[in-house]
Design a protein around this ligand. Structure first.
Ligand code: FAD
Length: 587
């Protein structure tokens, strides 16, 4: 049957678009997913894919022509099908045009509508097995249950995965206390006097365990409330539709129509001589030390290394960061890196960038780290050495070879629908994702399950915020200034320093700034980056701006409450065109 292609709605404010290019001519054959034309609006250009395979039988709006959203643009027919009599308008009425509230993540043409949870009997429901109960797996399991599947989740160690047990949550418990400790120590600046303020490490460890326990219990409750069967054990594939689980009570075999692999990641420990020496630890152990060490060498100046540096340096540990690359935090905007580096230096953190660790050796109760730097070889002696060079996907032991699931250096390979090379088997989170973050794993979980349940959805990473919970906090979404320039944009920048923001001054946290990266052609926002108090909460405005393809004017015309740190977002947007109110005019 012929399919009518309509003008897609590419943003909340879009009412019409212009066809800037047809990639195919009438009579050409087209493949589903192939780009067939390009739509331009005042904000963007978008390549539109063929919703079906067939013949491009008719083009109704040619190059340079405009049409309102949802108006017919072309017809794809099956080979030999007669389309002369088709009334375009009637055909369009059959194609669902999304309402604003039910807009899909990726604007697909034609748009499918959301399926409601089923009331089917258990025996008739799709059986989904989720392997791994981290933020990827447990969210996938709950979503699948909401959509009517019969779901079983298997985990060999703990509910909540790395995130709840040895990742996001415990680190942020420590960072929260450290943040308050720093604030109170500088209390005299805000008229707050307190004597003998100290961190009671044992109580802090207890609080961390209590919060982790509470959240893990919450995950268990949610899974049960959604009717998900929980099995504690180690899962592996017997065949594409059979999972074997080794439990304390013996081996079980579960049959599945679909499987979601969400087995996460583990700390990567490089094969450097002496890596097994006592005192050389990973992030897992760094969260549960008996006492605060007097010195710590951190190998790796990425997000995890820098967060631990912030924690321990604030507690009085002499921290040294060794990073192989020329700069720490390689994916963070350069202006932001300089601010956080200066802040950590003031806390006593030492940096050796462009430096390589060549070995570890025990030296009494401490560890010697041999480092090759641009100024020559040095030895750093520390109580503890935290290796934080990155994480490796956990896929060994799953029996992926038994069923031929493709991997690349241990990471499971998926397509944009998060399906592996084996139809029916999906993979999400750290074991397959290009971005190892909890919120990415959860979002991927939802997308994978939507696809299993028949709602076609592509994974879109555009609005993924990256956050670092140092003090001050760092957050960014979209392109950095360098990335935008490398991509050839005519870049405009807006910046606002927090020293000129009233609320930051009140909080005595003026270290930081907000930065907008903008496409000069349309003033469309390409990236938002910030360092300062509550940056990890404020970044949501940047993510939303990217999702809505907002322009500078749309941020500027949005009223930001006073007095808030968020006001600085409005000011930084104004600064894109040199008209910020609360900083002197640019020369
Ligand atoms: P995981 O959380 O790793 O869960 C995988 C689960 O699979 C585990 O529970 C494991 O037991 C189970 N499993 C593995 N193999 C099997 C098997 N064969 N059978 C059964 N079960 C199996 N991310 C953020 O977004 N924000 C942060 O602030 C943040 N901070 C972090 C701090 C630290 C110190 C670390 C280490 C990580 C941090 N992360 C953060 C990253 C985040 O923790 C991970 O991206 C996230 O946990 C990945 O989720 P996942 O579901 O893919 O895997």
């Amino acid at each position: 049957m012929a399919t009518t292609i309509t003008m897609p709605k590419l943003g909340l404010t879009m009412t019409e678009g212009t066809i800037s290019e047809w990639k195919k001519s009438e009579g050409d054959s087209v493949e589903k997913g192939e780009i067939i034309f390009v739509v331009s609006t005042d904000k963007l250009s978008y390549e539109v894919e063929a919703p079906e395979s067939g013949i491009l039988a008719k083009i109704m709006v040619g190059e340079g022509g405009s049409a309102p959203v949802a108006d017919p643009l072309a017809i794809i027919s099956e080979p030999g099908e007669e389309i002369e009599d088709m009334q375009p308008q009637a055909a369009v009425e059959e194609a669902a045009v999304p309402q604003e509230s039910e807009k899909e993540e990726e604007t697909a043409v034609p748009v499918k509508t959301e399926k409601k949870p089923t009331t089917e009997k258990k025996a008739d429901r799709k059986r989904i097995v989720v392997i791994g109960a981290g933020p990827g797996g447990y969210v996938a399991a709950i979503k699948a249950a909401q959509l009517g599947a019969d779901v079983t989740i298997v985990d060999r160690k703990w509910l909540g995965g790395t995130c709840l047990n040895v990742g996001c949550i415990p680190t942020k418990v420590l960072l929260h206390t450290v943040e308050l400790f720093n604030a109170v120590r500088e209390g005299s600046m805000i008229g707050l006097m307190a004597d003998n303020v100290r961190v009671d490490w044992k109580s802090l460890m207890k609080r961390k365990e209590q919060i982790v326990g509470q959240l893990v219990g919450g995950v268990k409750g949610l899974l049960s409330a959604n009717g998900v069967t929980i099995i504690e054990g180690e899962a592996s594939f017997v065949s594409e539709k059979e999972i074997q689980v080794k439990t304390e009570g013996g081996v079980k075999t579960i049959e599945a129509d679909n499987v979601v692999i969400a087995t996460g990641s583990a700390p990567a420990m490089p094969p450097i001589p002496g890596i097994d020496s006592e005192g050389v630890i990973s992030s897992n152990e760094a969260l549960s030390l008996e006492e605060v060490p007097s010195s710590m060498a951190i190998i790796g100046g990425g997000v995890i290394g820098v967060e631990f540096a912030s924690i321990y340096a604030s507690l009085g540990t002499r921290v040294t960061i060794v990073e192989m690359l020329p700069e720490i935090l390689p994916n963070i905007d350069e202006d932001i890196v300089q601010i956080i580096k200066a802040s950590l230096s003031r806390k006593g953190v030492e940096f050796h960038t462009a430096s390589k660790v060549t070995g570890f050796s025990k030296n009494g109760g401490s560890v010697d780290v041999a480092v090759s730097t641009s100024e020559g070889d040095i030895v750093i002696n520390s109580d503890k050495v935290l290796v934080a060079i990155g994480r490796r996907p956990v896929t060994d032991g799953l029996g992926l070879d038994n069923i031929g699931v493709r991997t690349n250096r241990g990471s499971i390979v998926t397509d944009e629908y998060l399906c592996t090379n084996k139809p029916g088997i999906y993979s999400i989170g750290d074991c397959s994702s290009p971005i190892m973050l909890a919120h990415v794993a959860s979002h991927e979980g939802e997308v994978a399950v939507e696809n299993i349940m028949g709602h076609e959805k592509k994974m879109d990473y555009k609005t993924n915020p990256g956050c670092i919970y140092t003090s001050p906090e760092i957050a960014g979404v979209g392109l950095t200034e360098k990335e935008a320039r490398d991509k050839g944009y005519d870049v405009k920048i807006g910046k606002f320093p927090l020293v000129a923001n009233g609320k930051s001054m009140i909080m005595n946290e003026t270290e930081g700034m907000i930065k907008f990266v903008v496409d000069g052609k349309y003033d469309e926002i390409l990236g938002v980056h910030m360092v300062g108090p509550r940056a990890t909460d404020l970044i949501v405005e940047g993510a939303l701006a990217l999702r809505l393809e907002a322009t500078v004017e749309e941020i500027v015309s949005t009223i930001h409450a006073h007095p808030t740190v968020g006001e600085a977002l409005g000011e930084a947007a104004l600064d894109v065109n040199g008209v910020a109110i609360h900083i002197p005019p640019r020369k």
